[in-house]
Design a protein. Structure first.
Length: 177
């Protein structure tokens, strides 16, 4: 594990910039996270990235946990701290100033227009993340079928999404997908 100052600066810069693109939460940047971690820096393989995403989603707490796992994989505990702070810090500061500005402009109509226009953008970014993840793990027809079935169950029923995830995990562990 190469954990020189350059590694920490790379992690901080990468996730600091990415935090400003996280409209709708950290999951909105999954495609860029995947591109940077797997394709550009080769920190992870597709399978490792998908595993980290699954662990982050399955674990209690914020969905930004995937960033912490990537940082830990690259540079241990210090890397986990750097990536988490880089992902949460800039966007948190930016959100504070935007909220303050919106509060002062609450009598105007345009803050609500801006907020409403960001909804489709965040949904699109999260859908892109789902697409990237499905392309990394659905390497067989059976895996694709499980993904499609889980998406249908999640979209059309009130069943907790963890149940289809658990079924997929059991099928994978059994070697059926």
């Amino acid at each position: 594990m190469n954990t020189g100052l350059g590694t920490y600066l790379n992690l901080a810069w990468t996730f600091g910039v990415m935090s400003l693109l996280a409209i709708g939460g950290a999951n909105a940047t999954i495609p860029e996270m995947h591109r940077v971690a797997v394709d550009v820096n080769h920190w992870l393989t597709d399978a490792q990235f998908a595993d980290m995403f699954a662990i982050a989603q399955f674990s209690p707490g914020p969905n930004v946990l995937i960033v912490t796992l990537i940082g830990y994989h690259v540079a241990g505990l210090a890397g986990a701290a750097v990536t988490t702070l880089a992902m949460c810090g800039p966007s948190g500061v930016f959100a504070y100033f935007v909220a303050s500005f919106f509060h002062r402009s609450s009598h105007s109509f345009w803050p609500s227009v801006i907020q409403a226009s960001l909804v489709p953008l965040s949904i699109g970014l999260m859908a892109a993340g789902g697409y990237v993840l499905s392309m990394t793990v659905d390497t067989t027809l059976a895996a694709a079928a499980v993904t499609i079935a889980a998406a249908i169950v999640a979209a059309t029923t009130r069943i907790n999404p963890l149940w289809p995830l658990a079924v997929g995990g059991v099928l994978g562990f059994a070697g059926w997908i």
